[in-house]
Design a protein around this ligand. Structure first.
Ligand code: SF4
Ligand code: SF4
Length: 270
């Protein structure tokens, strides 16, 4: 969806595609993007100055991730649990905590014909995906169209990726599994105050419950992609849908027009 949408819009405006699925970014495979820059992402990990520390325990108290333990005469930091939120150093009454960077991934920038491409890559074994996503989003140029490919699910990386967007396109399939994930995702985007629409993929499997749910919830179904072996074959070869079957380009342009209309209407009513 993300790569076909970006490719269908190129030439119309400046288009950026951000691959925020930092645990397994794969848009570059479809875009054959030439990467020309790679920047390391550093997570600020607390470093304790025990000459200043009074072992008051405040840092351990505020850490929501149990990444600090304070003993009688020792403070232990567990870098692999730290999310780099900075709360401990901010709240230490003795200013005994400084921060040192630990590389947890990279942000790569490049381009594919007519599309500016940015992707984040979280290093193996690291957990702070939202931190890398934030760095990817720092490359957003609001003057153009920005499409973000977001990881599946509803956890912290999803929230970090979708927050502050104008619109969230939820891609699902007409199965009980698809409906379950869709309803959770709808709850999240509604909590974040983001307008959403749905794309139903693999139409032809499963049942009508996703359609019914969308109608009941007043969520527009903006595109239906049929269960088509050709699409799966192109996908497995790393060929975007609109390049494998060019007739789909118009459907993606129509999809974007619908999104623009919904976003404009929702901004008027806000
Ligand atoms: S909050 Fe500061 S002074 Fe208190 S235990 Fe932690 S590092 Fe030491
Ligand atoms: S920076 Fe945040 S997550 Fe890391 S140890 Fe301090 S409070 Fe915990």
């Amino acid at each position: 969806m993300a790569t076909s949408l970006a490719l269908s819009l190129r030439g119309r405006a400046k288009v950026q595609l951000l691959d925020c699925d930092v645990e397994e970014p794969n848009d570059h495979i479809f875009l054959h993007a030439a990467i020309n820059q790679s920047q390391p992402v550093f997570l600020p990990i607390p470093k304790i100055d025990e000459t200043k520390c009074t072992y008051c325990g405040k840092c351990a108290e505020v850490c929501a991730y149990n990444a600090i333990a304070v003993m009688k005469k020792k403070v232990l930091v567990f870098p692999e649990l730290c999310h780099g939120c900075g709360a401990c150093s901010y709240l230490c009454p003795e200013s005994a905590i400084s921060e040192e960077g630990k590389q947890i991934g990279v942000v790569e920038t490049g381009s594919s014909v007519g599309v500016d491409f940015i992707q984040g890559k979280l290093a193996v074994g690291e957990i702070a995906a939202p931190f890398v996503i934030r760095e990817v989003k720092n490359h957003i140029d609001p003057a153009g169209i920005v499409i973000m490919d977001v990881p599946p699910g509803t956890s912290c990386p999803v929230v970090e990726a979708v927050k502050d967007s104008d619109f969230c396109l939820l891609v699902t399939e007409p199965t009980p599994f698809g409906l379950n994930d869709l309803s959770l995702a709808v709850e999240v985007v509604r909590k974040l105050g983001i307008t959403c629409g749905v794309v139903i993929n693999r139409v032809g499997v499963g049942n009508e419950k996703v359609e019914r749910y969308c109608n009941e919830q007043g969520i527009p179904i903006l595109l239906r992609i049929p269960l088509d072996r050709r699409i799966a074959v192109f996908y497995s070869k790393g060929i975007p849908l609109i390049q494998g079957i060019p007739e789909w380009r118009n459907a993606f342009l129509g999809l974007f027009r619908d999104i623009e209309e919904i976003v404009t209407a929702s901004q008027v009513t806000k």
